[in-house]
Design a protein around this ligand. Sequence first.
Ligand code: NAD
Ligand code: UD1
Length: 335
Amino acid sequence: MGNNILLTGGLGYIGSHTAVELILAGYEPIILDNLANSKVEVLDQIEKITQKKIPFFQGDVRDEEALQSIFSAHAIQGVIHFAALKSVGDSVLQPLSYFDVNVGGLTQLLKSMQKFRVEKLIFSSSCTVYGQPTDGWAVSESTPLQEPTSPYGRTKRMNEEMIHDICQTSRLSAVFLRYFNPVGAHPSGLIGELPLGVPANLVPFLTQTVAGKRDALTIFGNDYSTPDGTCIRDYIHVVDLAKAHVGALGFETIPHHPEIFNVGTGKGSSVLEVISAFERATGMKVPYEIGPKRQGDVMAVFANAQKISEKLQWNPQYSLEDMMEHAWNWEKNQN
Ligand code: NAD
Ligand code: UD1
């Protein structure tokens, strides 16, 4: 069998970094993306980094014919399914779009995979499925999941359940990667996150503020029951996250049993710690103010990352300062 891996949503933030790491590991990525949240120029940038041509199909993962043309043209060994809508706030306002793309997209993908007997799937899940853990802030893969707090979170939970059910009656080998908070950019400065409009996430908002595109960063609450009063998350460098997909592709799952891996550093950082790491890494000052809590925010959560370290020999290489330095290099290249 060849080494062809289909990346749905492969021109997006995480998909583009994963395409690079797959090539470095000897795989041949093939990308499907409808450019709903990315630009076709990202393809040139990936090719510049890797010096490889990548087959690209512009199309929608919900489109049976688009999938058919890819699966007929290439012997696909496995699929990494990134394509989704991902804004929590937006999902509250437009839940139907989220069910359509995230649930409808996976449904069509699974049908096409079944038809073409493609039996390996890596799925982009999220730590959002854990909600605010009730028994400590570190969550392992067996920590009970909480009721989703947004339609986005619900689609991720439903997607995991759908894949679980399909595995019961098929030979599908599936891995769920529950990403914590991916940040940073490729050290080359050629690919990174391309937020549409005003960023909702901390790090792109922070870098845009320092670049002068926003007046000040608002910290959403400083009276949480955490050591410095601000929320705690597990920030993970997007290149480390990308490498976890390479590990997951090589993992032999048990039949009928999707394997779950947390992908985080195992270390929680507060919003204030992120700001200090940025200032140390770049020598730039971050203008910030304290604002009210953001509705729906969890106070503190980070990964217990023991399982991925043991079973995939995956360990993050980049520090929080590296994440900030690379995020800033990327921001400086955007104009
Ligand atoms: P992204 O928006 O940068 O990438 C998603 C890509 O999918 C985009 O290029 C977009 O154009 C494409 N896409 C969207 N709908 C499509 C469709 N119907 N058909 C084909 N392509 C489509 O997002 P990302 O940050 O790279 O996230 C990738 C995956 O990881 C998503 O499933 C997301 O929910 C999940 N995830 C992301 C984060 C995060 O913080 N970035 C955290 C946890 C999980
Ligand atoms: C959010 C989503 C999560 C999703 C992730 C990736 C919620 C509740 N969770 O995670 O489901 O997987 O994005 O898209 O929306 N912060 C500020 N000021 C800002 C922005 C953020 O103080 O301007 C704080 C937040 O309160 C939070 C931390 O920074 O404590 C990180 O926020 P963010 O980057 O939005 O990610 P999450 O909320 O963890």
